[in-house]
Design a protein around this ligand. Sequence first.
Ligand code: C5P
Length: 238
Amino acid sequence: FPVAVVLPAGGCGERTGLGTPKQFCSLLRRPLISYTIDTFHRVSWIETIVVVVAKESLDLMLHIAQKFHHTKVIVVEGGSTRHRSIFKGLQAFCARAGAPPLPRPEVVIIHDAVRPFVEEELLLQLTLAAREQGASGATRPLVSTVIAATSEGYLDHSLERAKYRASEMPQGFLYDIIYQAYQRCSEFDFEFGTECLHLALRYSGTNARLLNGPPTLWKVTYKRDLAAAESIIKDTLS
Ligand code: C5P
């Protein structure tokens, strides 16, 4: 059954404090995003990878994409928020500016460009769970306890850590379910949080299967994460 990937990479990476968006930062002389694309590109059962970037990064991304198979890696322009970028990626399977729509997948995996280490086995488990359940996501145990703070900076309440998990990426969805959820929530200006799994639940009643992911799924967010990612790549190469 056809499986595609949507890779939102349209952010500006403010938190790294570098001028370049983090997905384009160089790790061992290759942009971070090319490692992420590689992990999906070498999976034979993934048909299409839609990379969503900001307008000003289109040329750079098209240049990077030349290193991959031109029918497997497709570049489209993103939106002003992550949700808008993901929606643009999903829309590439319905209509594309100046090109025919891509073949519609049965399952779509959504993943952040800034999480370069994903194993095929996890992708397979997520895909199968999404096909059965409608939605699936990788999670991790919480490292810190989460507390709610009042606007004045005092403790409001704390959550029982063992009950909660950190929601990571990748996440898998039946394409029709997530497309419909995004279409509906675009009417409300994507105002309901940052979580794709939540959109699927709220807008199509699909309750996601949660799987455990490895610690290497973490998101490159700060400058020090780039150094950590580089050392993981070095270890894998040696
Ligand atoms: O900002 P954050 O780290 O949550 O971004 C997660 C992913 O979403 C990154 O890969 C980033 O490039 C992407 N993003 C996007 N379009 C935006 C903002 C973020 O594709 N407008």
